[in-house]
Design a protein around this ligand. Structure first.
Ligand SMILES: Cc1cn([C@H]2C[C@H](O)[C@@H](COP(=O)(O)OP(=O)(O)O[C@H]3O[C@H](C)C(=O)[C@H](O)[C@H]3O)O2)c(=O)[nH]c1=O
Length: 186
């Protein structure tokens, strides 16, 4: 089996491991294969690849999502460095609404996370010069791009960096808290 899919604490969010073929040069891995992913129960069509480079450790990106009909599922992996990756359930009616899952992804491990539609997604880098590559299932739609305040205490996310020490975009400093967020994912 070239793809191993592990449901996380919110089962619709998955850790994904793909096989690495190692040899004296290094390794080769099919990091995404539509046929094998579908056989593993992940039948998504990705239409865009995103590449985010963060120069410094403790750079925060998120928590972001796109509203319907431009909601995105994301398949996230790390090309260099490491991140602590977070997904927050915003699906109206979900028993885990407002809850999150988090896990470390690194170039070394090669692990990936699949974040379904209906979740806000964010990350903090754990090393300098961290590069994240992620596939999304809907095109960028800036008019439908929304966010959630990454350190909202109501989310209970135990980030490895304080708001004072984090490197954050101006946009992400002023995102709404969960209590003030319209419920968009019915
Ligand atoms: C998301 C996106 C952005 N952009 C442009 C818009 C801005 O001029 C520039 C930076 O955008 P932003 O500050 O939203 O980038 P991040 O803070 O890394 O946002 C990402 O952060 C978290 C981790 C996510 O999961 C989202 O996919 C994404 O929102 O790239 C594009 O041209 N296309 C795109 O798909």
């Amino acid at each position: 089996m070239s793809v191993v899919v592990e449901p996380l604490a919110i089962p619709d969010v998955k850790r994904i491991r793909t096989r690495r073929h190692g040899d004296a040069r290094g390794f080769f891995s099919e990091t995404y294969n539509a046929r094998d992913f579908a056989a593993a129960g992940i039948d998504l069509t990705f239409v865009q690849d995103n590449h985010a480079y963060s120069a410094a450790r403790h750079t925060v990106r998120g928590l972001h999502f796109q509203t319907p009909p431009h909601a995105q599922a994301k398949l996230v992996r790390v090309l260099s460095g490491a991140i602590w990756d977070v997904a927050v359930d915003l699906r109206v009616g979900s028993p885990s609404y407002g809850a999150h899952v988090a896990l470390e992804l690194s170039a070394e491990s090669g692990d990936q996370i699949l974040v379904p539609e209906g979740f806000a997604h964010g990350l903090v880098t754990l090393a300098p010069h961290t590069q994240v590559l992620y596939k999304v299932s809907a095109f960028y739609a800036p008019d439908h791009d929304r966010g959630l305040l990454w350190h909202d205490p109501a989310l209970g996310i135990d980030w490895p960096v304080s708001p004072e020490a984090a490197i954050v975009s101006d946009k992400d400093r002023t995102q709404p808290r969960l209590a003030d967020l319209p419920r968009v994912f019915a």
